[in-house]
Design a protein. Structure first.
Lengths: 376, 384
């Protein structure tokens, strides 16, 4: 049951039959069970972050955290929150996520996870007629059992053939980046603004104040590989064979008779096209990390992202460039907290929105100079 | 698509001047101070899994604790995860092909050790290639030193530097191929892969090893683009490619090393020439027969065939690989080994070769194994 032409019936019942049903998920061994310096450093490079707090020890020692702190979304390298229903042959796309962060991720922290499926909903879809929205929760705990963060992603499960027939994204083509556009991207990289050690106080923040731009891309296979290799790479060789024998349905037999993981769609256009997107594309969670990085750039080291809601609205494909911009939409200062709300979006070079995001960021307040909750 | 002029301008010839420039750095230790790498249980397990290695010595802490090593050790091929992967400087714009390795071990690579490497170009040979004409073989010398300053291993990786396929007829030029498999052949292959057992804790004694004895064949494949690109083996910084990072880091690298870039006519981008591992167009441009494997992965698979046979009590003293032909997506590789000699002290020499489904020998190698690690030629201290 692995051929891509098989049409799976999109119902809650059929999803449940292959494991997309409410309830606890088996405990997964973390891909990286300890927040270790080399891993955090490589992670920063994999998401294109130049935030020194993540990899420069001498810099980080001077920060309010007194040492290197991983970005909250580094937790994708512990568990990428993607729970493919075991026997499902459906296409899968990371559609959206809500992150709540409770504690900074300090080096040496050992992390375990607990995951469950919270809901399974069938919805009409302009992409594939009908789709299953599998909403799961992954909680991350430290060795003392303290909750570090909670992620609530929605995995979009769909019938590939319907997606190909409908062709919602059939207009997407590779983009040739030349001349002034290359220069614009190069300049944006050079001029990326990172607040760093200069504290951003809530009282100084104005509603409407802009964030960004932050640029990522033009996306290459190497960018995608960097992210996937450092988060939770797919199984290969005998382990891929084990997974297939154990009922994993996330593979297809290619025209040469060879079983291939659908992860191949991250590399090759012809495989992505069989999923309804004509060009090889990103994994999904890396866009969440880009947004997290853009917010941290703006907030400075003493800011702490409390919540992060990200919706991936359209595919981000190879050769396309993502421009992230945003603005402050609210600032609330009380005796207990000082929270700025920011909204961001990512658009590609053609102006097509590929990311929508909102976040609550705890900032320092001039009234209460050090918020212990942010740096404990 | 690129024109002949574009193609040729991106594929410089191997000139005497460029070779002289490369030769000028022979013997000089690289100035770059590589990040020391701590061998963690996770890194070991992830690297083993990424090559399909099921040996519990690398995966299972409890099992490893009961082994002669008293804890988790890294497989021989973990050396490829410690930067740098090779030492093949200069010759910008000339394609790199990992052509083999020569790993020698003084001590096991233990979880918890921090390894620092030192590298230099040790040898440079000009050869006439069967497919690509004149080429240069650059062999590095890599020293791996632990946190106590002890040398634990050495490496001598060889990189073939060859002109890519040029539209003026020069350069590397393999005919394209893409193997096909029928379901029954695949079923038989998978049954073999699943039923293959490891020697593991069962001690392999000298009296039971005979010259000419074959090792159980290790079969891998059919290879996929995911095996080459997304296995996670290169998640460490060993291979330059991904160690550079993504997005801005790729941009910065291209700015510093413009000759490393290869214009992608499809995207307009200065892109990496090594993307032929997972991109058919670039594989064709490089002169390869299709999306091709990572040479250092193959060296790892050859080492795996040896450790699977030797068992936990043994210690791999040396493992070499010579990669002679590319493996492409769809190939199935069989690593065959034969015991060449057995010395009274339990030192066993093994001849290795890798054969693909059409009978082509795509790599050869040798391994030296001390059946009892305490009798290894170097002063190996196993249980610490």
């Amino acid at each position: 049951m692995t051929d891509s032409t098989i049409v799976a019936e999109i119902t809650v019942e059929s999803a449940a039959a292959v494991g997309a049903r409410k309830g606890p998920l088996p405990t997964r061994k973390p891909h990286h069970g300890e927040i270790a310096r080399p891993i955090v450093h490589m992670w920063a490079k994999a998401i294109g972050s130049r935030n020194l707090l993540s990899f420069d020890e001498s810099y980080a020692r001077q920060s309010c955290f007194g040492g290197i702190v991983a970005p909250g979304t580094f937790l994708y390298a512990v568990d990428d929150t993607v729970h493919l229903p075991v026997g499902s042959t459906l296409g899968a796309a990371y559609a959206q996520v809500r992150w709540e962060f409770f504690r900074p991720l300090r080096l040496g922290t050992k992390v375990t996870t607990k995951s469950w499926i919270e809901d399974v909903i069938v919805k009409d879809s302009s992409f594939a007629d009908k789709a299953i929205h599998q909403i799961s929760v992954t909680e991350y705990y430290d060795a003392q059992g303290r909750l570090l963060a909670r992620a609530r992603p929605t995995l979009f499960l769909y019938d590939r053939r319907a997606a190909v027939e409908i062709g919602k994204y059939s207009h997407i083509v590779r983009h040739t980046t030349v001349g002034a556009e290359v220069q614009k991207i190069s300049t944006a990289y050079d001029e990326e603004s990172i607040r760093g050690s200069e504290v951003r106080y809530a009282e100084e923040v104005k509603i409407g104040e802009p964030l960004g731009p932050v640029v990522r891309g033009p996306l290459t296979a190497e960018d995608v590989i960097c992210f996937v290799e450092r988060s939770c790479p797919p199984t290969t060789y005998e382990y891929f064979l084990d997974a297939r024998r154990n009922g994993a349905g996330y593979y297809f037999i290619d025209e040469y008779g060879v079983p291939n993981s659908w992860y191949t769609a991250l590399l090759l256009d012809d495989v992505a096209a069989r999923e309804g997107v004509p060009v090889a594309h990103d994994y999904g969670p890396e866009r969440v990390c880009w947004i997290d990085d853009a917010i941290r750039n703006w907030a400075g080291d003493a800011g702490f992202v409390r919540t992060l809601d990200v919706r991936l609205t359209s595919p981000a494909v190879h050769t396309h460039t993502t421009w992230i911009t945003g603005s402050v939409t609210d600032v609330r200062i009380t005796d207990e907290s000082s929270i700025a709300t920011v909204h961001l979006e990512g658009t590609n070079q053609a102006g097509v929105k590929t990311i929508e995001a909102a976040a609550e960021v705890e900032l320092q307040s001039l009234r209460v100079p050090v918020r212990a909750s942010a740096i404990r | 698509m690129s024109t002949v002029a574009d193609n040729v301008s991106q594929m410089p010839e191997l000139t005497d001047e460029a070779i002289d420039e490369a030769r000028a750095v022979l013997g000089r230790w690289f100035r770059r101070s590589w990040n020391s790498l701590e061998i963690t249980a996770e890194a070991v397990a992830n690297s083993a899994r990424s090559l399909g290695d099921r040996n519990p010595l690398y995966l299972d802490e409890k099992y490893a604790a009961a082994s002669p090593y008293g804890g988790l050790i890294a497989p021989p091929y973990f050396l490829a995860a410690i930067p740098p992967l090779h030492a093949a400087p200069k010759l910008r714009g000339i394609h790199w092909m990992y052509a083999g390795s020569n790993w020698t071990f003084v001590e096991p690579l233990r979880v918890g050790d921090t390894i620092t490497s030192h590298a230099r170009l040790a040898d440079l040979q000009i050869k006439e290639g069967r497919v690509g004409g004149r080429m240069v073989l650059q062999t590095g010398e890599l020293l791996y030193v632990n946190q106590r300053g002890d040398l634990v291993a050495t490496g001598a990786p060889t990189v073939m530097r060859t002109v890519r396929r040029r539209q003026d007829g020069k350069g590397l030029s393999y005919d394209p191929r893409r193997p096909c498999w029928d379901a029954e052949d695949l079923r038989v292959l998978e049954e073999y892969q699943l039923s293959r057992t490891l020697r593991g804790a069962t001690v392999r004694r000298i009296g039971e090893v005979t010259v000419g004895e074959p090792l159980p064949v290790l079969k891998k494949g059919p290879f996929t683009a995911v095996d080459f690109a997304l296995s996670g083996f290169d998640a460490q910084e060993g291979w330059y490619g991904f160690g550079q990072g993504a997005h801005i880091y790729q941009f910065l690298h291209r700015r510093r090393h413009p000759a490393d870039a290869f214009k992608n006519p499809d995207s307009g981008l200065d892109d990496k020439a090594y993307r032929g591992h997972w991109e058919p167009y670039m594989a064709q441009q490089a002169g390869m027969p299709g999306m091709y494997d990572m040479g250092h992965h193959r060296g790892g698979l050859m080492a795996q065939a040896v450790t699977d046979w030797a068992g936990d009590q043994a210690f791999v003293v040396n493992c070499t690989s010579v990669i002679s032909r590319p493996i492409v997506v769809g190939d199935v590789l069989s690593i065959e080994g034969t015991v060449d000699s057995v010395a009274p002290d339990g030192i066993v020499h093994i001849a290795l070769r890798g054969v693909i489904q059409n009978g082509d020998v795509v790599c050869t190698g040798e391994a030296t194994v001390a059946l009892e690690a305490s009798k290894a030629p170097a002063s190996i201290s196993i249980a610490k």
